[in-house]
Ligand binder design. Structure first.
Ligand code: DOR
Length: 438
C-alpha cells in the first residue's frame, strides 16, 4: 500500500466509483456485492452500500467483479523497438484486457541488464495506465555468458530475472545464477529451450511439420531444459519459474518436481491453450511463436495442468511485431503474437472463469511480489485494482481496433465469449464500457 501511494497516479478517469450489481469473484469465493472505491482504495463491499457524493456509478450487472489481472510476461519493446510497441501502448492494451499490472520483459534493445535501463523503463511506467514492473536479464545482453548485476537490479525492486527469448544454455552459469537468486530472494524465470536441440526450427516437430516441409522444433528442446533446471533448482533451492510451457512432457516433469518439493512455479500462454500446430498449415507468420504451437495432446495436457494447478499462471507472452517484420515467409518471420487484449476470453474458454482468474490474477500477483496491491481479495482497505468482466458477452476480434501498436493477433476474426467491461487501476476507471479513458 505504501508503494501504491508513492507511485504517480493517473489523474484522468473517475476516482470515486461504485461498481454496482456485479458478482465479486476472488480467492475467497463468490458473492453478490457492490464495490465502492475512493482515492485509490476499496472502501466498501456489500449489498446496499451507500453511494458517496459525486461518485460515478459503473454498471456491473451480469458481470464478474474481480481483482485486476497481472501479466507476468509482456514484451513492451521499449527501449529500442518502439515501432512495435511502447510502454504506453502496451499498458493501454493491458488495461483493455483487464490487467492492472504487467511485468515488462527485458529483451529490449538494449536489454534490461543494468540499473540504468531498468530505471528508464520504470520511469516510463509511472505515467502508464496500469502498473508496470520490470524483469531483469540473467546475463549481460542476454548473451548467456556473464551474469548481469542482479543485486543492483534487485535493489531497484526487480523480482524476476530472465533471458526470455532465449534460454540460458550453460548449465553451470544457470546454477551460479540460481545461487545468487536464492541469496537475493528473487525468482529466476527460464525460457526453456535447448538451442542446439531446437536447431533453428520454425514450428512444432510432428506430422504437420513433415507435411508442410517446415523445419521442426522437437518437444525435447523444451523438456531437456525443464528437466535440467528442475534438478538445478532442487540442488540450489532457488525459486524457479518456468515460462510459457508448451508440451505434455514439460507438464509431467513439473508435476513430479512439485511432488518432490522443488520450489517451482509454471506458466502457460492463452495461445498454447487454444491453438495447435495445424494452424501453421496456413503458412501465415502470425502463427509463428516460440515455443511453437504444439499438438492437440499437448493442448489437452496444458489445459489439465492449469485445471489441477500444476501450471500456476497463464501469462500472455504478448509479443508485438510490426506488420513489415511479420510480412515475410513463415520460416523467416520473427516468432511472437499479441496477447493482452484477448487473453482473458481465450483462457476462460479453455479452462473456465474461476481457474482463469486464479491463474491470471492472484497467483501471478503473488509470484511477482505485487500481492500487497494486486490480486485481491476485493475487500475494504484493499488497493483498488479491479476488473469487471461480462462472462457471456460475445465479440469478434478485429486487429484494427486493438490498442497495441502491432496487429499480429492469431485470433483475428475469431468470435470469443467473455469481454472486459471496466478496468480500475490504482483507483481510477481507466477503461469504462470497453473504452480506454485516455
Ligand atoms: O514468440 C516469442 N516471441 N517467444 C519469445 O520467447 C520471445 C518473444 C519476442 O520477444 O518476440
Amino acid at each position: 500500500m505504501t508503494l501504491q501511494m508513492k507511485s504517480t497516479v493517473r489523474r484522468s478517469g473517475p476516482r470515486v466509483l461504485v461498481l454496482r450489481g456485479g458478482e465479486v469473484v476472488d480467492a475467497d469465493g463468490r458473492r453478490r456485492a457492490d464495490v465502492v472505491v475512493e482515492d485509490g482504495v476499496v472502501t466498501a463491499v456489500g449489498t446496499g452500500v451507500a453511494v458517496p457524493p459525486g461518485a460515478t456509478v459503473l454498471d456491473a450487472g451480469g458481470c464478474v467483479v474481480a481483482p485486476g489481472l497481472v501479466d507476468l510476461h509482456a514484451h513492451l519493446r521499449q527501449p529500442g523497438r518502439e515501432e512495435a510497441e511502447t510502454v504506453e501502448t502496451g499498458a493501454w492494451a493491458a488495461a483493455l484486457g483487464g490487467y492492472s499490472a504487467v511485468v515488462a520483459m527485458p529483451n529490449t534493445e538494449p536489454a534490461i541488464d543494468s540499473a540504468a535501463v531498468a530505471t528508464e523503463v520504470l520511469a516510463l511506467g509511472r505515467t502508464a495506465p496500469v502498473e508496470v514492473a520490470v524483469a531483469g536479464a540473467i546475463t549481460v545482453g542476454r548473451a548467456g555468458e556473464r551474469l548481469a548485476p542482479m543485486a543492483e537490479l534487485a535493489a531497484l525492486g526487480v523480482r524476476i530475472f530472465t533471458d526470455d527469448g532465449a534460454g540460458v544454455q550453460d548449465g553451470a552459469l544457470m546454477r551460479r545464477a540460481m545461487d545468487y537468486a536464492r541469496g537475493l530472494g528473487v525468482i529466476l524465470a527460464q525460457h526453456c529451450e535447448d538451442a542446439r536441440l531446437a536447431g533453428g526450427g520454425s514450428m512444432h516437430e510432428g506430422p504437420w511439420s513433415s507435411r508442410l516441409g517446415l523445419p521442426g522444433v522437437p518437444a525435447a528442446a523444451e523438456e531437456a531444459m525443464v528437466a535440467r533446471d528442475l534438478v538445478l533448482a532442487r540442488d540450489s533451492r532457488c525459486r524457479l519459474h518456468l515460462l510459457h510451457l508448451s508440451t505434455a512432457g514439460s507438464v509431467a516433469l513439473v508435476r513430479q518436481a512439485k511432488l518432490a518439493g522443488v520450489a517451482v512455479t509454471a506458466e502457460a500462454t492463452p495461445h498454447h491453450l487454444a491453438l495447435t500446430d495445424a494452424a501453421c498449415a496456413t503458412f501465415d507468420p502470425v502463427f509463428k511463436v516460440n515455443p511453437p504451437l504444439r499438438s492437440e495432446a499437448d493442448v489437452t495436457a496444458l489445459r489439465g495442468a492449469v485445471g489441477d494447478g500444476t501450471v500456476d499462471v497463464v501469462a500472455t507472452d504478448h509479443a508485438p511485431h510490426a506488420p513489415e517484420a511479420k510480412d515475410v515467409p513463415f520460416d523467416e518471420a520473427p516468432p511472437g503474437m499479441l496477447g493482452l487484449e484477448t487473453a482473458l476470453a481465450v483462457t476462460m474458454e479453455a479452462v473456465g472463469l474461476e481457474r482463469a482468474l486464479a491463474a491470471m490474477s492472484w497467483q501471478p500477483a503473488a509470484i511477482a511480489g505485487l500481492a500487497d496491491r494486486h490480486g485481491g481479495p476485493v475487500a475494504a482497505g484493499a488497493a483498488a485494482n479491479l476488473c469487471v468482466v461480462d462472462p457471456q458477452a460475445r465479440w469478434t476480434v478485429d486487429p484494427a481496433t486493438l490498442a497495441s501498436r502491432s496487429r499480429n493477433t492469431p485470433f483475428a476474426g475469431r468470435t470469443l465469449t467473455g469481454r472486459l467491461r471496466h478496468t480500475i487501476s490504482r483507483g481510477v476507471a481507466v477503461v469504462i464500457d470497453g473504452e480506454a479513458q485516455r
